[in-house]
Structures are given as structure tokens and as C-alpha cells.
Write a protein that binds this ligand. Structure first.
Ligand code: N01
Length: 542
């Protein structure tokens, strides 16, 4: 359904913002399992969430098939993946399949960006408004907008002066292809997105300039094509794989390590790191020992092995020292490593240049290109701004969500985030925000963590319907206890020492604090069970 202004508000049981993994999971739980009247308001023109927006060249998931997917049997039983790490196009096709099975689109209102949402305690209802003039009144409001809903573009002088083509990667054009053949291109930023676009452009463009401030400590992807036979075998294992994911700390089907670094000999450590690195994927980040992200010595060993393997792939000594320095730029894994296929090999080409923006920051854009503080202008035709996001809180802040007293969520969080288990916020009754802040979000395989949250939301909403509860509001005490737990865990780890988007440190002026729960999704799930058992202590109930 397209978004058109209406004279009367649409009356619903629940309104969801966002038609990505979390929005669709919750639509299915509330509409199909509880038989409620639910719609999704989606800012884009189709379903898919992050896979609708992120159409930049090389966009690809880095959780493997088949577990980066809905764990709903009717969805996975008739779907085959063609690659172990599917690209954006295949994920687009997957979401079309999801729609065929779950009938998602019929309950979506597209091109409906939310601009205001306020809860009215008297009626126990939210009023939600969109830019396009749609107004919805609903008992439950579920902003399911993911963590990349607000792009970050540094405030460079001359941004509008550049005469060539320039796009932020998550606002990549959908109606035409950006052709880089024969062109001079620049990629600013070397996070997951910058790395993926570099891998593609460096193969086609005449000259590629990669602007790196911090190296990406990227791990081998070990991509594989899946023929019909292996896809069939994968399908037979899917139920078991999802079961294992649900019990794992990061929602992956791996055995979690049980021993610390100190319990191994140095020969054993060397063997563990080699096996994990050669095996590809995030297992290296998950660690062959329990304290990779807690113990500086354990972390350094992982860094040194990674640097040794990576350095051996880079011919030019200057590029080598920038891409994989001997001294770690930060503790390994405290910024999100990416999975790469042939990223480092691209820099062995004479027409692929690495610009060190740590030494010489970008100061402005000119009509011809990018100027650094040493006065050098890199003349290019096309720029990809792979500069990341004001993750989670940035997206929520721009929706105009107000608490019971009319205070905006962004204002309430000015001095730090406060939530009930990363799913609700005191003062915002009946609002649930899956895959967001204070939850395991980026430390987990997204769809698996979302499934737990969707289950909890369904169970809470069911109880409210059955017991005729008008509203629930998490108590301040439970939210403060959750914040204390997040901080307690954070302080045991190496995360706070690194400037990263996990800490909110990539956005000038944003409060620096660990924004996500590092206790593991299995523990996170137990926390919900505990909260459900202590319902009347957890929530102020009306
Ligand atoms: O963003 P980022 P992203 N001058 O914030 C640089 C998910 N994702 O879009 O590190 C110069 O990681 C910045 O430099 P530095 C995934 O969870 C997943 O890549 O701050 N450079 C950094 O290099 C991921 O982690 C997938 O020093 C500047 C880059 O811009 C998350 O999204 C694919 C700068 C931003 O990197 C975000 O990834 C894509 C400046 N002023 C994304 N400002 C997959 O699943 C920023 N930078 C595959």
C-alpha cells in the first residue's frame, strides 16, 4: 500500500516502523499468531530494511547462510541460497520470497516516514504521524528501524560544491547504475561498507583512491558457491543450525570456547589462531579462547597473527604498514572487523591508492575532488561516502518520539541511554524497539537476536490483551539496573578503550558509552524470562 494522506486516523492494535527483519518478525508474531490488527509504516518503497536501502556496489551480508534468515520453518523450508555469504540482490529476492510466504506487503504502508509519535496515557494509545500525512492510532508502537537508519556525513566544507557524483552508501541510487569504468573514484571510510565497495570499484575504475583513517582488521570471508546439492544439504541441517544459534553467545552455530588464553601453550595458541583464520568468517573474532576481548595479552596475540597473515598479502611496504601495521591501531575486535574476499590484493594494483587521513585529515570538498590538510586535492569523478551511521539512537532521535510528558526521546537520552533490557524505555509505555540500543544487536547474528525479542513482545502483548491491561511502563529501577549491568560488563572488556560506533564515539558530541549488551544473546533471553516472571515488579501497570 502506498502512503496517501487520510482524513481519519487509522485505528490499529499495533503499528510497526520499518519492514526489515525485525518489523516483519513482529508483524508475523502479532498479526498471525495473536490475530491483532497490525500495519508497518515503512519510509522506503519496499520491504527489506537495510537490504532495501544498502544497494551500494558489493553490499553483502557477512553472517553465513542459512542462519542469517528468519528461523520460521515455513520460510526456510522452500528457500535455497546460492552463496554462503549472499549479496544484496539475493537478499532482495529472499525478501520477495518472505513476502510470498508471510504476506508482508499487504500490511505495509510504504513511503511513510514517521515524524512524530506520542503516547496518550488517558486512552493508553500512541498517535503516530508520517511526513506523507498518514496518522495512525495504536495501543502498541514498535519502532523496528535497525541500527543504520541515520547516516553520518562529516561536516566538511564544500560538500555541496563537488561537481561529480557523490552518494552516501546507504542512500545509493536505485534508479540508475553508477558506472565507474574509466573513471577516477574515491571511497571515504574503510569500515564494512568502504571495504566492500573498494573490492568492487578497484576492479573496474581507472583510478581508485581509498581514504583510510583507521585500518579495518578484516578477516577472510571464505565465500562459497552453493549448488543445488549443497543447498539441499543445508536445508536438511537448518533446524539444527538455528537451534545451535539460539544457544550460542552471538547467535552463531559455533561451539563457544571454554578455556582462557593462559590455559593454552604458545604452540597451541598458534595452532588455534591458524585454524580459525583459515576457516574464514567471524570465528576468529568470536575467539579460540574466552578472553579475546577481555585480556590485552590474549588480544595482542590475535592481532599479531592477523597482522602477520595480512601483511604477507600486501606488496607495497607503505601500504602494508597502513593497512596492517605492526602495532595494533586498537584492540582487535573492539571495532567491527569485516569479512573480505580480495580486499588486500586490490592494493597491489598501481592504480589503487591509499590516502592516510589520520596523517592528513580531509578538510574540504572542492568542485574537482577531496582536499586534505596538506593542501593536496585528489581529483575524482565519483565519491562514495562510506562514513557510517549515527547508530541506533540517531535513527530513533529523528522520529519525533515523545514521552508521556511530551519530552523527546533524544532529550531524555542527552546524558546517556536508559532502557529496560534494550527493548523499552521508562516514560514511553507500550513502545518496544527491537534490534536497537542496549541489546546484543551488533554482537549477534541479527535475525536470531531479533527472534527472542519478537517472542518477548508477543508474550507481553498477549498477556496485556488477555488481562485487559491498558499500558505497561518499565520502572526506572529496572532500567537503571540494566544500565549498571551493561556498564559492569563493558568495564571488564577492552571496548571502552577504542573510539568506535559501539561506543557512540564516531559521532561528534554524542555521549561516549557502550551502547550494546555484551553478555551474549543466550543470557539476554534468560533476562526476558526473568522479567516476565517478575511482571509486576518490572512494569508500572495500568
Ligand atoms: O560504517 P563504519 P560502515 N574522515 O562506521 C570513516 C554494518 N554493515 O558503514 O574508523 C575520515 O564502520 C571511519 O574512520 P574511523 C556493520 O555492522 C554491515 O562501514 O572512525 N574518515 C570508518 O572507516 C558495520 O560495522 C555490513 O577512523 C572518516 C568509516 O568512515 C556498520 O554497518 C555491510 C571520517 C565508517 O565506518 C557500519 O559500517 C555494511 C572522517 N571525518 C555495514 N568519518 C555487512 O553485513 C568517518 N570516517 C556486510
Amino acid at each position: 500500500m502506498s502512503s496517501t494522506p487520510q482524513s481519519q486516523p487509522l485505528e490499529l492494535d499495533a503499528v510497526i516502523a520499518g519492514a526489515g527483519f525485525s518489523g516483519i518478525y513482529i508483524l508475523h508474531r502479532l498479526r498471525d499468531e495473536l490475530n491483532l490488527n497490525v500495519k508497518i509504516l515503512e519510509a522506503g518503497s519496499d520491504i527489506g530494511g537495510t537490504w532495501y536501502w544498502n544497494t551500494y556496489p558489493g553490499a553483502r551480508v557477512d553472517c553465513p547462510a542459512p542462519i542469517y534468515a528468519f528461523g520460521i520453518e515455513e520460510v526456510w523450508k522452500n528457500w535455497s541460497w546460492s552463496e554462503l555469504y549472499p549479496d544484496q540482490k539475493e537478499l532482495g529476492a529472499y525478501f520477495r520470497h518472505v513476502d510470498e510466504v508471510l504476506s508482508v506487503r499487504k500490511d505495509c504502508i510504504f513511503d511513510a516516514r514517521i515524524t512524530a509519535a506520542q503516547f496518550h496515557p488517558g486512552e493508553g494509545k500512541w498517535t503516530v504521524q508520517t511526513e506523507s500525512g498518514v496518522t495512525v492510532v495504536a495501543k502498541h508502537f514498535i519502532p523496528a528501524i535497525g541500527f543504520t537508519a541515520k547516516q553520518y556525513v562529516p561536516d566538511w566544507k564544500g560538500l555541496g560544491d563537488f561537481k561529480g557524483t557523490i552518494h552516501h552508501t546507504s542512500l545509493w541510487p536505485k534508479d540508475y547504475a553508477v558506472d565507474v569504468r574509466g573513471k577516477r573514484v574515491a571511497v571515504i571510510g574503510t569500515g564494512s561498507t568502504g571495504l566492500q565497495i573498494t573490492q568492487e570499484w578497484a576492479k573496474e575504475a581507472a583510478e581508485t583512491f581509498v581514504f583510510q583513517r583507521t585500518p579495518n582488521l578484516a578477516l577472510p570471508m571464505d565465500q562459497k558457491n552453493l549448488d543445488e546439492r549443497s543447498a539441499e544439504q543445508m536445508r536438511n541441517e537448518t533446524a539444527d543450525l538455528f537451534d545451535r544459534c539460539r544457544k550460542n553467545v552471538g547467535g552463531m552455530p559455533y561451539e563457544a570456547p571454554t578455556k582462557t588464553f593462559a590455559e593454552f601453550s604458545s604452540d597451541e595458541i598458534a595452532q588455534i589462531l591458524e585454524e580459525l583464520y583459515n576457516g574464514g568468517g567471524f570465528r576468529y573474532w568470536a575467539g579460540g579462547y574466552t578472553d579475546l576481548l577481555l585480556n590485552p595479552e590474549a588480544n595482542r596475540a590475535a592481532y599479531d597473527y592477523w597482522a602477520k597473515r595480512t601483511r604477507s598479502r600486501i606488496h607495497d611496504p607503505v601500504k602494508r604498514d597502513l593497512l596492517a601495521p605492526r602495532e595494533p591501531p586498537h584492540a582487535f575486535g573492539t571495532k567491527r572487523p569485516s569479512l573480505e574476499q580480495d580486499y588486500y590484493e586490490q592494493f597491489n594494483k598501481s592504480n589503487v591508492h591509499l590516502v592516510n587521513t589520520k596523517a592528513h585529515p580531509i578538510v574540504q570538498l572542492t568542485p574537482q575532488g577531496i582536499m586534505t590538510d596538506d593542501g593536496q586535492v585528489y581529483e575524482v569523478d565519483i565519491i562514495a561516502l562510506a562514513t557510517g551511521f549515527d547508530a541506533t539512537t540517531g535513527g530513533l532521535a529523528k522520529m519525533g518520539i515523545q514521552d508521556v510528558n511530551g519530552v523527546e526521546l533524544s532529550e531524555r537520552w542527552r546524558d546517556g541511554v536508559l532502557t529496560f533490557q534494550g527493548l523499552m524505555v521508562p516514560g514511553f509505555p507500550n513502545m518496544f524497539m527491537p534490534y536497537s540500543v542496549h541489546a546484543p544487536t551488533p554482537f549477534s547474528n541479527g535475525p536470531v537476536g531479533i527472534e527472542f525479542q519478537a517472542d518477548f513482545i508477543r508474550d507481553i502483548v498477549k498477556k496485556m490483551e488477555e488481562e485487559k491491561i491498558k499500558s505497561i511502563d518499565p520502572s526506572l529501577e529496572v532500567a537503571q539496573a540494566w544500565k549498571a549491568e551493561i556498564e559492569f560488563i563493558a568495564n571488564m572488556t577492552l571496548f571502552p578503550k577504542t573510539k568506535s560506533w559501539y561506543m557512540g564515539a564516531n559521532i561528534p558530541g554524542k555521549k561516549v558509552e557502550l551502547l550494546y549488551y555484551f553478555g551474549g544473546i543466550h543470557r539476554y533471553r534468560e533476562k526476558f524470562a526473568e522479567a516476565f516472571d517478575k511482571f509486576s515488579e518490572t512494569f508500572v501497570v495500568c
